[in-house]
Structure formats: structure tokens, C-alpha cells
Design a binder for this molecule. Sequence first.
Ligand SMILES: C[S@@+](CC[C@H](N)C(=O)[O-])C[C@H]1O[C@@H](n2cnc3c(N)ncnc32)[C@H](O)[C@@H]1O
Length: 278
Amino acid sequence: MLLERLWTGIRRYVPIPVYPLLSPLYRWRQRAHLKVLEKEDQAYIEAHGSLPVPPAELRYRVVGECTIERFINSGEQTVEDIENALEAVDRSLADVRDFLDFGCGCGRLLLALKNRDFTFRVSGCDVDERTIRWCQEHLETAECLVNDALPPTPYQPDSFDLIWCGSVFTHLDEQRQDLWLAELHRIQKPGGLLLASVHGPHAWQPRLPAWTIAKLKEQGILYAKMGAFSGMHPDWYQVAWHTEAYIREHWASFFNILGYLPQGFNNHQDIVVAQKRD
Ligand SMILES: C[S@@+](CC[C@H](N)C(=O)[O-])C[C@H]1O[C@@H](n2cnc3c(N)ncnc32)[C@H](O)[C@@H]1O
């Protein structure tokens, strides 16, 4: 607890290249957090009965410290966030027939969609085999598959009206981002929408040192190895931050950028609303 508070106080002064050296500390912290989460799960299940929610360890890998209650609520919130982003460009979920949750993790959004009365076809994919196995076993309303770390996906061209990417481009380097933007463009229907979350200014402020923010503003994008995911995710899965100007210019080589919603995703990450050109 004391260490946590100390870290929160000093992290904005710690240069990014130092982070990978902190991997052992992060691993120790992961184990401590997981123990607490597992205890909280037990108490929640005793009070509410068993629910179709992934176990603490899977949730932790995908969304960090996230109680059962928070997992359910943030999934519900994501549906609202998607509805708000669509409304901002005069569209709605009622227009959608084929929906893809790209990087669906252990089904936070897919679970919320299952509990609602939508009529569109729902697909989900992720590179993480274990999370997809959980989705396949528990979320029969969605068709889920494992995709490779690099494109292509097995989907046919022009497959989806709406693709949601919740906190995926926040973890890839620029080259991978470009490869995936091209692939998402390929599998999107003409005129279809991509909603993708990114780490915009709200996500930079409490964490990044001032000189790193200056570099990010200059480059428009920054990708860094953080050590926080060591032992949990592949080495390419790190952290990326963006500026809105970069998105509007760089992503425009793939899409028409229709909107940019600061803190549109769970009140933290920004949402980019991008449309495939006909
Ligand atoms: C921070 S998690 C968010 C998961 C989910 N979207 C949510 O909001 O609960 C990022 C997810 O993206 C997945 N991911 C990262 N790169 C990917 C890629 N190239 N293809 C598919 N999934 C990817 C990771 O495995 C992880 O499950």
C-alpha cells in the first residue's frame, strides 16, 4: 500500500526507459492484486450467486484490477459509450447488422450485449487464446475466434457495418497499428464505421513525465515498453499514446475521420469515429 502510494507520487518523474527494469516489481504487484481480487470475487459470489463472469486472473490480464461488479458495469457503460459515439455522427446501433468486437478480450462488452435485446450478428476476436476460449464457452450469442498477431484475419472483405476496438490501438506500435488499420478497412463494409479507443490527453496527464508529453506532442504518437505486462502478454503488447492531430492526419490515409470524442470510452480513453470510404 505504501509502495503503491509512493509510486503514484513519483511515477510522473520516472523516465519511460526505466520502466522495463521495474518488471519484477510489477510482477510482485500483479500477484498481490490478484490475491485481493480473488478474495473479493469469493465474497461477491457468496452474496450474489455464481455469474457468467470470467475468473479474476483472466479479467486481470485484460483490464487490470477489475472486480466482478466493475467488469459488468464497465461493459454496460461501453454499450452506452458506443451508442453515444454513433449518435455523435447521426448513426445508431439500430443501423447495424454485423458487429465485430476486435480485441474482445474476455468478453466484457460481449457479455453486456448478450444481456441486451439487439438483433445484429455479433462477432468477437482476439489474439489471446485463453480469453477467446472463455468467450466461446460462455457467450453463445457471439461468434468468437482467435486471430493471429499480424493480419489478415479469417474474415471476408466487407464483412462488418461496425467494428469496435476497445483499448487495442493503445497497445501497439505504429507499424502494427498501420497493418491493423488496413486490415480493419478490408473487412469493413463500404460506408461502415470503425470506433477505436486511444490514449488521448486525459490518459497522458497523471502518468507521463512532462518531457515525454512534449515528445509525444511533437511526434503525435508514442509507444513505449512499460514492463507492466511482462509475463502476461507478448513482448509487442506495450503502451501507445496519441494526439488527436496525429489521428486526424495519419488515420485519414485509411478512413474518413468523422469524429473524435475525448474521454468517450469509460470516461478515460478517447474514441475515434472512422468511416470506410466507398
Ligand atoms: C486492454 S485489453 C481490452 C479488451 C476488451 N476490448 C475490453 O475492453 O475489455 C486489449 C485486448 O486487445 C487484444 N489485442 C491486442 N492486439 C490485438 C490484435 N492485433 N488482434 C486482436 N486482439 C488484440 C489483447 O489480447 C487484449 O485482449
